[in-house]
Design a protein around this ligand. Structure first.
Ligand SMILES: [Zn+2]
Length: 322
């Protein structure tokens, strides 16, 4: 059995797909009832709160223009936008740029920041334009394998806020009848106090599919444990965009009680291999710990790009385009 077959068999045996979406540009999905609006997060309704803003069920920064919800009030929308969704945006930006994910104002430009000259990676009509300086190298070129590794700095983020932002997407996508199973998660995700402990044992599984992937497709799944299964988490969100797929547990105190303190070993939700694994390599799976409570500043992450880049060196200024 290949590992993909093993993963498929694991989910066939233990989980049902409760909901799934494959969202492309032009698709329009509205969750909830626009005529009868109650905020899922704060339980308030009109006229106490307003519902004028479009509440994206998946943040727009991740490329979502298709799915919105009718049950997030403007107050909660603004709060999440300023808070945990900003952390998710900062944390995910380097890979979103290289995956050409279009947010509200196009593909994000990465720059060193501050005033004066500094490296810059920008995506425009002609592809990527990369500027760096020899006294401040941004990348290493591996000419044999035609790979470039960029050392990219992330904007500040709090890991547990990123985790909350993923779980907030899950809470938004859940059908109404499941919400009653997640009161603790709901209250924790809404809390701006990131010291408060909950979901300490929820690693995030990240699958990275190398190679050119569509930049305008979002896939989302809610996986619910089958009724006869007890020794695995009750609910998972799986969210894929660009080259990345994230699998995040949505902890339910009520349904995950028996798991308390038990080590759990699960397989990642099956993701298809990249279009040409012989050329770009197989899907890589890693487990992320996003439970850190402290702000992370100046984190440098390597991002590898394996396109056929033509690199032109001009003096101290290096520019490459795909
Ligand atoms: Zn609200």
């Amino acid at each position: 059995m290949t590992s993909l077959e093993a993963n498929i068999a694991f989910y066939d045996t233990h989980y049902d797909i409760l909901r799934q979406w494959f969202l492309r540009p032009g698709d329009k999905v509205v969750l909830g009832d626009k005529q009868n609006r109650v905020c899922r997060f704060c339980s308030r309704k009109s006229p106490e709160v307003t519902f004028r803003k479009v509440a994206h069920a998946i943040p727009e920064a991740l490329g979502n223009k298709s799915i919105e919800s009718a049950y997030e009030c403007d107050d909660c929308n603004e709060g999440f936008g300023r808070g945990i969704e900003n952390d998710l945006g900062n944390w995910s930006k380097p890979t979103r740029t290289f995956a050409r994910i279009r947010g509200k104002s196009g593909v994000p430009t990465l720059k060193k920041g501050g005033d004066g000259k500094g490296w810059r990676i920008e995506h425009g009509a002609a592809g990527f334009s990369i500027t760096s300086y020899e006294d401040d190298p941004l990348y290493q070129i591996d000419e044999v394998n035609r790979r470039i590794t960029f050392q990219l700095k992330r904007d500040p983020y709090t890991p547990v806020a990123v985790l909350k932002a993923f779980m907030k997407i899950g809470l938004t996508l859940l059908p109404d009848e499941e919400i009653g199973n997640f009161p603790h998660l709901m209250s924790w995700v809404r809390s701006t106090d990131h010291i408060r402990r909950f979901a300490d044992q929820c690693p995030v599984i990240r699958s990275f599919q190398p190679g050119p992937m569509p930049n305008d497709l979002i896939a989302a799944f809610l996986l619910r444990r089958k009724s006869h299964v007890t020794n695995y988490p009750y609910m998972f969100l799986v969210l894929g965009y660009g080259n990345e797929v994230f699998q995040v547990q949505l902890p339910s105190e009520q349904h995950d009680l028996t798991l308390n303190g038990q080590p759990i070993s699960i397989l990642p939700f099956p993701t298809p291999d990249s279009p040409d694994p012989a050329r770009y390599g197989p899907t890589r799976v890693q487990v992320l710990d996003l439970t850190g409570r402290e702000v992370v500043k100046g984190e440098v992450i390597p991002v590898q790009v394996g396109y056929d880049l033509a690199v032109h060196k001009t003096g101290s200024n290096t520019t490459s385009k795909d």
